[in-house]
Each structure stands twice: as C-alpha cells, then as structure tokens.
Design a protein around this ligand. Structure first.
Ligand code: SF4
Ligand code: SF4
Length: 371
C-alpha cells in the first residue's frame, strides 16, 4: 500500500482509447529510462539519442531529427511490446507536488470519444508501474513545496490553495465569459489581495486589448522554426498541424509521416479576430476551467511564476490572474483554428482549441514535476 496520497479525481469515470491512425503522441520524443536502454542499444543501435541540457537523458530518435519517433510506421508502433514507460503512460501524466496527481492529456483525441478502457483502472496500473520512480520524485518536490510556502509566508502573500480552488470552482462561469475575464485580469494587477466576490462584469470589455493579450500568449508558444518546439494540433482527420509564428504572421503546415512539413497557408496574426464562445462552447470551457483548477500542475505553474516574480503578488491574484490569462490564450487559439479550418466557437470549436492547447502546459515552468 502506497504511503503517499494519489489523487485520481481527474480520470475517475472516464474512458480512453487509442483510435487507429493518430500517432500524435509519437511526436513527443520519449525519454528512455536506464533499465530500458539495453533493449534499444542491443537491438536498434543508432536509434537512441543523448539529450543534453540541465537534465541529460537518453531518448528515442526522431525521423529527420524533428518528425515522429523512428519506430512509428503507418501510424503504428513497430516496437509496441517494448515501447518505453513514457509511451505506455500517455495520455496519463503523473504530477508530483506534495502528493501525486494523475492528470489526463486532453490533446489526445482518444480521451474525448467516451469509448475504450476504464481510465481509472488504467491509471492505477500506470501508477503501479511507476512505483519505483515516485518516492524519490515526491521527496524532491515536497522539499521544494516546503520552501515555497516558507517564502510565501515570509513575504506575506500566502493564501490557502484549497480555498482558491473552491472559489474558482464556485465561480467557474465568470472565467468563461469575456466581461468578467476582462475585470479579473485588471483586478489581478491592481488589487493588493484579490477577491472574486462582488466582481461586476465589464459593461464594455476592451476587445482590442483582450485580443492582444490572447494573441501575444499564443504567438509566443508558436514562435519557433523548430517543429519540436511548437504546439501540434491533431485534427479529426489525424493531420498533424503545426503553426509557426514570426514577423506577425502565422504559418500553417502539416507534418507528414516522413517528418517533412507541407505548407498550407499563412495569415497575419492581426487578422485573427477574437471570437466569443456560444452557450454550448461556454459549457465546454467551464468544464475545462474546472479541470485546470483541479490540476496540481496548474497550481505548480502559478507557484513557479510567483517564485520567478520574487513573491511580489498575493497568491490569490496570481491564481485568478493566471486562470484568466490561460482562458484568453485558449480563446485566441479557438479563433485562430476557426480562421484556418472553420471549427467555430461552439462546443466543437472550444473542444478543438483544448485539444490544441492542453499538451502545451507540459512546457510551462512549474514547482513540482511530471514524472
Ligand atoms: S495521442 Fe492518444 S489517440 Fe493519439 S496515438 Fe497517442 S494515445 Fe493514441
Ligand atoms: S516507441 Fe512506439 S509508442 Fe513510443 S513514441 Fe515510438 S512509435 Fe510511439
């Protein structure tokens, strides 16, 4: 029996499957654990690469250095029984803070169909397979959290994270509506300690500045020429869409199975007009806000930002402000997808934006770690 807390609430009651023809997660270069290395070294020399950087490790090679995993053929894994632990784990993520939180990657289309295996049973199996990695990771992350809370107390910016979560959960609708979002973003900058109670919607939200906020965030994530560093959006026809931003333009390409980018279209970022979700879209968006609100990785990214900013902001301002900014990023992406592909701003448009967005959160600096 594990001596640490594991939160499965995000996956309970869901089903997951891996429909044929996708292969999107095989674009994320998986780490190869030390115990998995001999298999690849002996059987596939040259298909293992060293990744340098702050945390050097081995990973599987990619086609042309930036496409899908070299073991993916016709969108099928050719080493399926020997795929890495991280390949098996996807679309689950285990996040270590002062506990383990099991999160689901909503960029995987297989979590949206409502079919397939019981996600809770799968998650428990994943956790049990990772049981050797969890205690050391938790020990490290718990120490970082302790220091973080100490720093917050010293700076007088500590709020109770469970209370913040409860408040967002009770007011999730506010974060899904532009007139409130606009107020929340403003107040998070000017109030010493922000509260959501009594917030009135902005009668005439400044659409230009909201649009600019969403555009700047989304453009930053697309600001690379390297396909490995830009978000991938796998559409309903299993195309691997990539968007790269430079000089105020967004270039849309589709990566093929050989790792080549095929150009589709470019637009000026200014020509993407911020769309407002309709009633059904707001319902999907509210559900996503509740999911983010329950994620320790989201909380961990807010904590990391507070640490980066030298504990200047109260935790409530940082938390509410970050949630609002995340929604703006998502809404602008929804508008961009609609501009390129006509996905709309209803339930489908918001869902496709979440599929486009959710994997990006893995790159956000955070206190704690995905293991
Ligand atoms: S992203 Fe999801 S559906 Fe696609 S290959 Fe990976 S697990 Fe399967
Ligand atoms: S080993 Fe298989 S499952 Fe893992 S990334 Fe490569 S092709 Fe995909």
């Amino acid at each position: 029996m594990a001596e640490y807390e594991i939160d499965y609430s995000e996956v309970a009651g869901r089903r997951i499957e891996c429909p044929e023809g996708c292969g999107m997660c095989c674009l994320c270069q998986p780490e190869v654990l030390p115990e998995e290395r001999p298999f690849f070294k002996e059987n596939y020399p040259g298909r293992l690469v060293k990744i340098r950087g702050p945390e050097p490790h081995h990973a599987l090679a990619l086609k042309k250095g930036c496409g899908s995993c070299v073991f993916l053929e016709n969108r099928k894994c050719t080493v399926y029984d020997n795929r890495t632990a991280y390949c098996r784990q996807f679309p689950f993520h285990l996040y270590a803070s002062d506990r383990i939180k099991v999160e689901l990657d909503l960029s995987c289309r297989g979590v949206w169909t409502g079919n397939g295996a019981d996600a809770l049973a799968e998650a428990k199996d994943i956790v049990s397979r990772a049981s050797a990695r969890i205690p050391p990771a938790l020990e490290q992350s718990a120490a970082v959290y302790k220091e973080f809370y100490f720093n917050c107390r010293e700076a007088g910016v500590l709020s109770d994270p469970s209370r913040l979560r409860m408040t967002v959960s009770e007011n999730a609708g506010m974060f899904a509506e532009l007139p409130y979002l606009s107020r929340i973003m403003d107040l998070s900058q000017i109030e010493p300690v922000m509260s959501l109670s009594g917030i009135q919607p902005e009668p005439r939200p400044d659409m230009d500045s909201l649009e600019e906020a969403g555009r700047d965030l989304a453009m930053e994530s697309m600001g690379s020429e390297d396909p490995l560093n830009v978000p991938v959006y796998c559409d309903k026809d299993w195309n691997w869409n990539m968007f790269m931003a430079s000089g105020g333009k967004i270039r849309w390409s589709v990566m093929d199975d050989d790792g080549d980018l095929n150009y589709r279209e470019s637009v000026n970022a200014d020509d993407v007009k911020l769309m407002i979700p309709d009633r059904e879209g707001i319902r999907v968006l509210r559900d996503y806000i509740n999911t983010l609100n329950g994620r320790d990785s989201f909380m961990g990214s807010v904590f990391s930002m507070m640490d980066y900013n030298g504990y200047e902001d109260d935790m409530s301002n940082a938390y509410y402000g970050s949630m609002a900014v995340t929604v703006m990023d998502l809404l602008w992406r929804m508008s961009m997808l609609d501009r390129f592909m006509g996905t709309g701003c209803g339930a489908e448009g918001v869902r496709e934006a979440i599929i486009f967005y959710d994997m990006d959160r893995l790159d956000a600096p955070a206190i704690g770690a995905f293991i």
